[in-house]
Design a protein around this ligand. Structure first.
Ligand code: SF4
Length: 449
Protein backbone atom coordinates (compact mmCIF):
# COMPACT_ATOMS: atom_id res chain seq x y z
CA UNK A 1 0.00 0.00 0.00
CA UNK A 2 1.42 3.35 -1.05
CA UNK A 3 -0.35 6.36 0.47
CA UNK A 4 0.41 9.76 -1.09
CA UNK A 5 -0.51 12.72 1.11
CA UNK A 6 -1.17 16.18 -0.33
CA UNK A 7 -0.84 18.84 2.34
CA UNK A 8 -3.39 21.62 2.78
CA UNK A 9 -2.68 23.98 -0.12
CA UNK A 10 -4.18 27.15 1.30
CA UNK A 11 -1.00 28.41 2.94
CA UNK A 12 2.12 27.99 0.82
CA UNK A 13 4.39 29.88 3.20
CA UNK A 14 4.64 27.56 6.14
CA UNK A 15 6.07 28.06 9.60
CA UNK A 16 6.49 24.34 10.20
CA UNK A 17 5.24 20.85 9.43
CA UNK A 18 1.67 19.67 9.91
CA UNK A 19 0.94 17.84 13.17
CA UNK A 20 -1.87 15.70 11.72
CA UNK A 21 0.33 14.55 8.83
CA UNK A 22 3.10 13.61 11.29
CA UNK A 23 0.66 11.40 13.25
CA UNK A 24 -0.78 9.92 10.05
CA UNK A 25 2.73 9.14 8.75
CA UNK A 26 3.60 7.35 12.00
CA UNK A 27 0.35 5.34 11.91
CA UNK A 28 0.72 4.41 8.23
CA UNK A 29 4.27 3.24 8.82
CA UNK A 30 3.04 1.11 11.71
CA UNK A 31 0.72 -0.50 9.13
CA UNK A 32 3.80 -1.14 6.95
CA UNK A 33 2.46 1.25 4.29
CA UNK A 34 4.74 3.33 2.09
CA UNK A 35 4.06 7.05 2.62
CA UNK A 36 5.03 10.05 0.54
CA UNK A 37 4.09 13.71 0.67
CA UNK A 38 3.49 16.69 -1.56
CA UNK A 39 3.97 19.52 0.89
CA UNK A 40 2.79 23.11 0.48
CA UNK A 41 6.47 24.11 0.52
CA UNK A 42 7.13 21.77 -2.46
CA UNK A 43 4.38 23.62 -4.32
CA UNK A 44 5.89 26.99 -3.43
CA UNK A 45 9.35 25.86 -4.55
CA UNK A 46 7.95 24.73 -7.89
CA UNK A 47 5.99 27.89 -8.72
CA UNK A 48 7.93 30.74 -7.11
CA UNK A 49 10.69 31.55 -9.60
CA UNK A 50 12.06 34.57 -7.73
CA UNK A 51 15.01 32.97 -5.90
CA UNK A 52 15.40 35.85 -3.46
CA UNK A 53 11.78 35.68 -2.30
CA UNK A 54 11.95 31.89 -2.17
CA UNK A 55 14.96 32.10 0.11
CA UNK A 56 13.01 34.32 2.52
CA UNK A 57 10.17 31.80 2.64
CA UNK A 58 12.19 28.61 2.85
CA UNK A 59 15.54 29.19 4.50
CA UNK A 60 16.54 29.45 8.12
CA UNK A 61 18.48 32.66 7.69
CA UNK A 62 16.93 35.44 9.77
CA UNK A 63 18.10 38.57 7.94
CA UNK A 64 15.58 38.98 5.14
CA UNK A 65 12.71 37.69 7.21
CA UNK A 66 12.78 40.91 9.25
CA UNK A 67 12.51 43.13 6.17
CA UNK A 68 8.83 44.19 6.07
CA UNK A 69 9.01 45.39 2.44
CA UNK A 70 10.41 42.09 1.19
CA UNK A 71 8.04 40.01 3.30
CA UNK A 72 5.06 42.02 2.01
CA UNK A 73 6.36 41.48 -1.55
CA UNK A 74 6.60 37.73 -0.92
CA UNK A 75 3.04 37.53 0.42
CA UNK A 76 1.65 39.48 -2.55
CA UNK A 77 3.51 37.31 -5.05
CA UNK A 78 2.25 34.10 -3.48
CA UNK A 79 -1.33 35.37 -3.46
CA UNK A 80 -1.06 36.08 -7.18
CA UNK A 81 0.47 32.68 -7.86
CA UNK A 82 -2.33 30.88 -6.06
CA UNK A 83 -4.73 32.36 -8.60
CA UNK A 84 -2.67 31.79 -11.73
CA UNK A 85 -0.44 28.74 -11.22
CA UNK A 86 -1.36 25.57 -13.10
CA UNK A 87 -1.81 23.65 -9.88
CA UNK A 88 -4.07 21.08 -11.48
CA UNK A 89 -1.45 19.92 -13.94
CA UNK A 90 1.27 19.99 -11.28
CA UNK A 91 -0.72 17.79 -8.89
CA UNK A 92 -1.60 15.37 -11.67
CA UNK A 93 2.06 15.03 -12.70
CA UNK A 94 3.18 14.48 -9.13
CA UNK A 95 0.53 11.82 -8.52
CA UNK A 96 1.47 10.02 -11.76
CA UNK A 97 5.16 10.14 -10.82
CA UNK A 98 4.45 8.70 -7.37
CA UNK A 99 2.00 6.09 -8.69
CA UNK A 100 0.36 5.52 -5.29
CA UNK A 101 -2.59 3.29 -4.39
CA UNK A 102 -4.43 6.12 -2.70
CA UNK A 103 -4.13 9.93 -2.57
CA UNK A 104 -5.19 11.70 0.60
CA UNK A 105 -5.84 15.46 0.40
CA UNK A 106 -5.64 17.35 3.66
CA UNK A 107 -8.37 19.98 3.39
CA UNK A 108 -7.97 22.37 6.29
CA UNK A 109 -8.32 25.97 5.24
CA UNK A 110 -8.33 25.11 1.53
CA UNK A 111 -12.10 24.87 1.77
CA UNK A 112 -12.17 28.64 2.35
CA UNK A 113 -10.17 29.39 -0.81
CA UNK A 114 -12.21 29.19 -4.05
CA UNK A 115 -9.04 29.20 -6.21
CA UNK A 116 -7.59 26.13 -4.50
CA UNK A 117 -10.96 24.37 -4.47
CA UNK A 118 -11.30 25.00 -8.21
CA UNK A 119 -7.92 23.33 -8.83
CA UNK A 120 -8.80 20.32 -6.65
CA UNK A 121 -12.18 19.91 -8.33
CA UNK A 122 -10.45 20.06 -11.71
CA UNK A 123 -7.79 17.49 -10.98
CA UNK A 124 -9.83 14.80 -9.18
CA UNK A 125 -11.51 13.30 -12.31
CA UNK A 126 -8.06 12.96 -13.91
CA UNK A 127 -6.67 10.84 -11.07
CA UNK A 128 -7.63 7.28 -11.80
CA UNK A 129 -7.07 6.06 -8.27
CA UNK A 130 -8.77 6.28 -4.89
CA UNK A 131 -9.00 9.82 -3.58
CA UNK A 132 -9.67 10.67 0.02
CA UNK A 133 -10.41 13.98 1.75
CA UNK A 134 -9.37 14.56 5.36
CA UNK A 135 -8.30 17.45 7.55
CA UNK A 136 -10.05 19.61 10.11
CA UNK A 137 -12.75 20.94 7.79
CA UNK A 138 -14.13 17.40 7.30
CA UNK A 139 -15.47 17.43 10.84
CA UNK A 140 -18.37 19.47 9.45
CA UNK A 141 -21.18 17.44 7.90
CA UNK A 142 -21.79 20.16 5.29
CA UNK A 143 -18.16 20.16 4.21
CA UNK A 144 -18.11 16.36 3.95
CA UNK A 145 -21.14 16.46 1.70
CA UNK A 146 -19.51 19.18 -0.40
CA UNK A 147 -16.28 17.14 -0.72
CA UNK A 148 -18.15 14.03 -1.85
CA UNK A 149 -20.88 15.51 -4.02
CA UNK A 150 -19.40 18.74 -5.37
CA UNK A 151 -15.68 18.03 -5.49
CA UNK A 152 -15.90 14.35 -6.36
CA UNK A 153 -13.83 12.68 -3.63
CA UNK A 154 -14.45 8.94 -3.28
CA UNK A 155 -13.97 8.93 0.50
CA UNK A 156 -13.95 11.36 3.38
CA UNK A 157 -12.37 10.68 6.76
CA UNK A 158 -12.81 12.72 9.93
CA UNK A 159 -12.47 12.55 13.71
CA UNK A 160 -9.21 11.07 15.00
CA UNK A 161 -7.77 9.27 12.02
CA UNK A 162 -4.13 8.41 12.64
CA UNK A 163 -4.50 5.34 14.82
CA UNK A 164 -7.75 4.22 13.09
CA UNK A 165 -6.39 4.21 9.56
CA UNK A 166 -6.09 0.39 9.61
CA UNK A 167 -9.83 0.08 10.29
CA UNK A 168 -10.55 2.44 7.39
CA UNK A 169 -8.47 0.29 5.02
CA UNK A 170 -10.35 -2.86 6.09
CA UNK A 171 -13.81 -1.50 5.27
CA UNK A 172 -13.14 1.49 2.98
CA UNK A 173 -16.53 3.16 3.60
CA UNK A 174 -17.41 6.36 1.77
CA UNK A 175 -17.44 8.25 5.08
CA UNK A 176 -15.31 7.16 7.98
CA UNK A 177 -15.12 8.63 11.46
CA UNK A 178 -12.03 7.74 13.48
CA UNK A 179 -12.96 7.03 17.07
CA UNK A 180 -11.21 8.96 19.86
CA UNK A 181 -8.09 7.29 21.21
CA UNK A 182 -8.78 6.39 24.83
CA UNK A 183 -5.18 6.06 25.96
CA UNK A 184 -3.12 8.67 24.13
CA UNK A 185 0.12 7.11 25.35
CA UNK A 186 -0.54 4.15 23.02
CA UNK A 187 0.00 6.42 19.99
CA UNK A 188 3.30 6.22 18.12
CA UNK A 189 5.48 9.33 18.35
CA UNK A 190 4.75 11.83 15.54
CA UNK A 191 6.88 11.27 12.44
CA UNK A 192 8.13 14.45 10.69
CA UNK A 193 10.61 12.67 8.45
CA UNK A 194 8.68 13.46 5.22
CA UNK A 195 9.50 17.14 5.69
CA UNK A 196 12.67 19.11 5.08
CA UNK A 197 12.69 20.76 8.51
CA UNK A 198 15.01 23.57 7.39
CA UNK A 199 12.73 24.67 4.61
CA UNK A 200 10.21 26.79 6.44
CA UNK A 201 9.60 30.50 6.98
CA UNK A 202 11.34 30.35 10.36
CA UNK A 203 14.91 31.12 11.36
CA UNK A 204 15.17 28.00 13.56
CA UNK A 205 13.54 24.62 13.62
CA UNK A 206 10.24 24.74 15.46
CA UNK A 207 7.97 21.71 15.64
CA UNK A 208 4.35 21.34 16.68
CA UNK A 209 3.56 19.14 19.65
CA UNK A 210 0.22 17.90 20.98
CA UNK A 211 0.16 16.86 24.63
CA UNK A 212 -3.62 16.47 24.91
CA UNK A 213 -6.71 16.20 22.71
CA UNK A 214 -9.88 18.18 23.12
CA UNK A 215 -10.49 21.07 25.47
CA UNK A 216 -11.08 20.74 29.22
CA UNK A 217 -13.58 23.64 29.08
CA UNK A 218 -15.28 23.02 25.72
CA UNK A 219 -18.24 25.32 26.41
CA UNK A 220 -17.44 28.45 24.42
CA UNK A 221 -20.39 29.29 22.18
CA UNK A 222 -18.25 30.24 19.16
CA UNK A 223 -15.86 27.26 19.24
CA UNK A 224 -16.12 24.15 17.06
CA UNK A 225 -13.12 22.31 18.46
CA UNK A 226 -15.25 19.76 20.25
CA UNK A 227 -16.67 18.55 16.92
CA UNK A 228 -13.25 17.11 16.00
CA UNK A 229 -12.31 15.69 19.39
CA UNK A 230 -14.70 14.06 21.81
CA UNK A 231 -13.82 14.39 25.47
CA UNK A 232 -10.60 15.82 26.81
CA UNK A 233 -7.65 13.40 27.14
CA UNK A 234 -3.99 13.89 28.04
CA UNK A 235 -0.62 12.27 27.48
CA UNK A 236 1.19 11.32 30.68
CA UNK A 237 4.16 13.40 31.84
CA UNK A 238 6.42 10.40 31.08
CA UNK A 239 5.21 10.22 27.47
CA UNK A 240 5.76 13.98 27.02
CA UNK A 241 9.29 13.66 28.41
CA UNK A 242 9.94 10.87 25.90
CA UNK A 243 8.38 12.87 23.06
CA UNK A 244 10.49 15.95 23.95
CA UNK A 245 13.66 13.86 23.93
CA UNK A 246 12.59 12.43 20.56
CA UNK A 247 12.17 15.97 19.14
CA UNK A 248 15.59 16.95 20.44
CA UNK A 249 17.49 13.82 19.41
CA UNK A 250 15.76 12.83 16.19
CA UNK A 251 14.89 16.29 14.83
CA UNK A 252 17.44 18.50 16.62
CA UNK A 253 14.61 20.77 17.66
CA UNK A 254 14.41 22.85 20.83
CA UNK A 255 11.47 25.15 19.94
CA UNK A 256 8.14 23.50 20.67
CA UNK A 257 4.85 24.89 19.50
CA UNK A 258 2.11 23.27 21.56
CA UNK A 259 -1.09 22.71 19.60
CA UNK A 260 -3.20 21.85 22.65
CA UNK A 261 -6.50 23.69 22.49
CA UNK A 262 -6.38 25.48 25.80
CA UNK A 263 -3.90 25.04 28.59
CA UNK A 264 -5.22 25.12 32.16
CA UNK A 265 -3.00 26.02 35.17
CA UNK A 266 -2.79 22.51 36.67
CA UNK A 267 -1.76 21.13 33.31
CA UNK A 268 0.75 23.97 32.94
CA UNK A 269 2.46 22.69 36.09
CA UNK A 270 2.47 19.10 34.80
CA UNK A 271 4.01 20.20 31.52
CA UNK A 272 6.58 22.23 33.46
CA UNK A 273 7.60 18.93 35.11
CA UNK A 274 7.90 17.28 31.69
CA UNK A 275 9.98 20.10 30.15
CA UNK A 276 12.17 20.83 33.15
CA UNK A 277 15.87 20.48 32.37
CA UNK A 278 15.23 19.65 28.70
CA UNK A 279 16.51 23.00 27.39
CA UNK A 280 13.43 23.60 25.24
CA UNK A 281 11.49 26.82 24.54
CA UNK A 282 7.73 26.49 24.53
CA UNK A 283 4.89 28.39 22.88
CA UNK A 284 1.35 27.49 23.95
CA UNK A 285 -2.29 28.57 23.88
CA UNK A 286 -3.72 29.15 27.35
CA UNK A 287 -7.06 29.69 29.06
CA UNK A 288 -6.88 32.91 31.10
CA UNK A 289 -8.24 31.68 34.41
CA UNK A 290 -6.51 30.44 37.55
CA UNK A 291 -2.91 31.18 36.50
CA UNK A 292 -1.11 32.60 39.53
CA UNK A 293 2.31 34.20 39.54
CA UNK A 294 4.03 31.15 41.15
CA UNK A 295 2.52 28.89 38.47
CA UNK A 296 3.69 31.23 35.71
CA UNK A 297 7.17 31.43 37.26
CA UNK A 298 7.40 27.64 37.36
CA UNK A 299 6.32 27.49 33.72
CA UNK A 300 8.89 30.11 32.65
CA UNK A 301 11.64 28.27 34.52
CA UNK A 302 10.82 25.06 32.64
CA UNK A 303 10.93 26.72 29.20
CA UNK A 304 7.55 28.38 28.51
CA UNK A 305 8.26 31.61 26.64
CA UNK A 306 5.08 32.61 24.78
CA UNK A 307 1.50 32.19 26.00
CA UNK A 308 -1.33 32.93 23.61
CA UNK A 309 -4.37 33.83 25.70
CA UNK A 310 -7.94 33.36 24.52
CA UNK A 311 -9.08 36.75 25.83
CA UNK A 312 -11.85 37.14 23.18
CA UNK A 313 -13.47 40.29 24.67
CA UNK A 314 -12.81 43.02 27.23
CA UNK A 315 -16.50 43.21 28.15
CA UNK A 316 -17.79 40.93 30.90
CA UNK A 317 -21.33 40.77 29.49
CA UNK A 318 -19.97 39.56 26.13
CA UNK A 319 -17.68 37.01 27.80
CA UNK A 320 -20.74 35.69 29.63
CA UNK A 321 -22.76 35.58 26.39
CA UNK A 322 -19.90 33.55 24.87
CA UNK A 323 -19.94 31.25 27.92
CA UNK A 324 -16.19 31.78 28.11
CA UNK A 325 -16.05 31.22 31.88
CA UNK A 326 -13.45 33.95 32.46
CA UNK A 327 -13.44 37.32 34.26
CA UNK A 328 -12.07 40.53 32.74
CA UNK A 329 -10.37 41.62 36.00
CA UNK A 330 -8.66 38.30 36.46
CA UNK A 331 -7.42 38.30 32.86
CA UNK A 332 -5.70 41.67 33.44
CA UNK A 333 -3.96 40.33 36.53
CA UNK A 334 -2.83 37.17 34.72
CA UNK A 335 -1.36 39.21 31.86
CA UNK A 336 0.57 41.39 34.32
CA UNK A 337 1.88 38.40 36.29
CA UNK A 338 2.83 36.56 33.13
CA UNK A 339 4.69 39.60 31.76
CA UNK A 340 6.45 40.12 35.09
CA UNK A 341 7.64 36.52 34.86
CA UNK A 342 9.16 37.39 31.43
CA UNK A 343 6.62 35.40 29.44
CA UNK A 344 5.53 36.98 26.16
CA UNK A 345 1.77 37.54 26.12
CA UNK A 346 -0.18 37.25 22.88
CA UNK A 347 -3.92 38.02 23.13
CA UNK A 348 -6.67 36.78 20.84
CA UNK A 349 -9.75 39.02 20.67
CA UNK A 350 -12.55 39.33 18.14
CA UNK A 351 -15.47 41.61 17.30
CA UNK A 352 -19.02 40.95 16.19
CA UNK A 353 -20.15 38.11 18.47
CA UNK A 354 -23.96 37.97 18.15
CA UNK A 355 -25.47 40.38 20.68
CA UNK A 356 -22.30 42.47 21.13
CA UNK A 357 -22.98 46.23 20.81
CA UNK A 358 -20.55 48.78 19.39
CA UNK A 359 -19.94 50.15 22.92
CA UNK A 360 -19.11 46.65 24.10
CA UNK A 361 -16.70 46.11 21.21
CA UNK A 362 -15.00 49.37 22.17
CA UNK A 363 -14.54 47.98 25.68
CA UNK A 364 -12.27 45.36 24.12
CA UNK A 365 -10.16 48.16 22.61
CA UNK A 366 -10.10 49.84 26.05
CA UNK A 367 -8.98 46.55 27.58
CA UNK A 368 -6.09 46.19 25.14
CA UNK A 369 -5.10 49.81 25.66
CA UNK A 370 -5.23 49.60 29.45
CA UNK A 371 -3.13 46.41 29.45
CA UNK A 372 -0.81 47.31 26.60
CA UNK A 373 2.24 47.37 28.87
CA UNK A 374 1.83 43.61 29.32
CA UNK A 375 0.66 42.61 25.83
CA UNK A 376 3.34 42.17 23.21
CA UNK A 377 1.18 41.10 20.34
CA UNK A 378 -2.45 40.52 19.67
CA UNK A 379 -4.55 38.96 17.02
CA UNK A 380 -7.73 40.91 16.37
CA UNK A 381 -10.36 39.13 14.32
CA UNK A 382 -14.02 39.08 13.46
CA UNK A 383 -16.64 36.57 14.53
CA UNK A 384 -17.07 33.64 12.13
CA UNK A 385 -20.29 31.67 12.38
CA UNK A 386 -19.13 28.07 12.09
CA UNK A 387 -21.02 24.79 11.82
CA UNK A 388 -20.41 22.58 14.85
CA UNK A 389 -20.34 25.46 17.36
CA UNK A 390 -22.90 25.51 20.20
CA UNK A 391 -24.39 28.79 18.90
CA UNK A 392 -24.80 27.29 15.40
CA UNK A 393 -26.32 24.10 16.79
CA UNK A 394 -28.88 26.15 18.75
CA UNK A 395 -30.05 27.55 15.40
CA UNK A 396 -29.08 31.19 16.04
CA UNK A 397 -29.27 33.09 12.75
CA UNK A 398 -26.43 35.48 12.02
CA UNK A 399 -25.88 38.07 9.31
CA UNK A 400 -22.25 37.40 8.24
CA UNK A 401 -21.80 41.02 7.11
CA UNK A 402 -22.43 42.41 10.59
CA UNK A 403 -19.27 40.99 12.17
CA UNK A 404 -17.17 42.21 9.23
CA UNK A 405 -18.71 45.70 9.48
CA UNK A 406 -18.12 45.85 13.23
CA UNK A 407 -14.51 44.79 12.71
CA UNK A 408 -13.96 47.49 10.07
CA UNK A 409 -15.67 50.09 12.24
CA UNK A 410 -13.56 49.32 15.33
CA UNK A 411 -10.33 49.03 13.33
CA UNK A 412 -11.01 52.47 11.79
CA UNK A 413 -11.66 53.89 15.27
CA UNK A 414 -8.32 52.50 16.54
CA UNK A 415 -6.47 53.92 13.54
CA UNK A 416 -8.12 57.35 13.54
CA UNK A 417 -7.48 57.82 17.25
CA UNK A 418 -3.97 56.38 17.00
CA UNK A 419 -4.72 54.00 19.87
CA UNK A 420 -1.75 51.84 20.84
CA UNK A 421 -2.90 48.42 21.95
CA UNK A 422 0.34 46.54 22.57
CA UNK A 423 4.01 47.13 23.28
CA UNK A 424 6.11 44.51 21.53
CA UNK A 425 9.56 43.69 22.89
CA UNK A 426 10.47 42.25 19.52
CA UNK A 427 9.76 43.64 16.04
CA UNK A 428 6.40 43.03 14.41
CA UNK A 429 6.63 41.63 10.90
CA UNK A 430 3.70 41.98 8.52
CA UNK A 431 2.16 38.66 7.56
CA UNK A 432 4.10 36.80 10.20
CA UNK A 433 2.94 34.86 13.22
CA UNK A 434 3.88 35.64 16.79
CA UNK A 435 5.80 32.35 16.91
CA UNK A 436 7.86 33.31 13.90
CA UNK A 437 8.56 36.76 15.31
CA UNK A 438 9.55 35.22 18.60
CA UNK A 439 11.92 32.77 16.91
CA UNK A 440 13.51 35.57 14.92
CA UNK A 441 13.97 37.57 18.06
CA UNK A 442 15.53 34.62 19.88
CA UNK A 443 17.79 33.72 16.96
CA UNK A 444 19.03 37.27 16.46
CA UNK A 445 19.61 37.64 20.21
CA UNK A 446 21.65 34.43 20.27
CA UNK A 447 23.68 35.52 17.25
CA UNK A 448 24.55 38.88 18.76
CA UNK A 449 25.48 37.73 22.26
S1 SF4 B 1 -12.36 28.60 22.67
FE1 SF4 B 1 -10.70 27.57 23.73
S2 SF4 B 1 -11.43 27.38 25.84
FE2 SF4 B 1 -13.21 27.78 24.60
S3 SF4 B 1 -14.03 25.77 24.10
FE3 SF4 B 1 -12.69 26.39 22.41
S4 SF4 B 1 -10.70 25.50 22.87
FE4 SF4 B 1 -11.93 25.47 24.77
Amino acid sequence: MHFFIIEDLQNWIRGGPDMGIAYLTAALRQQKAKVSLLSATDVLKHFLKDRELLKIATSNEPDEKTNPVKVACLLKKVQELQKTADLENFIQQRVEAENPDIVGFSLGHSMENPDIIKHIKGVLPKLEILTLAGGASMNSEEQREFALKQLGFKHVVYGEIGNNIGEFFEKMPQEFRGKPVENLDELPLPDFSLYDLDSFFTPSRALPMLTSRGCPWRKCEFCAHHSGYDRYREHSVEYIERMTEHYKNEYKCKYLMLHDESLMPARGLELANAFEGQGVYVYSYAYPRGFTRPILKRMYDSGFRVLVWGVESGCQRVLDLMNKGTKVNEISQILKDSYDERITNVCFVFFGFPGETKEEALKTVDFLEQNKEYIERHSVGKYIHLPGTPIWERGVKVNPKEAAQRYEEISAHVKQNNIQTCKPRFPLIPGSSSMREFLLYQTIQQQTT
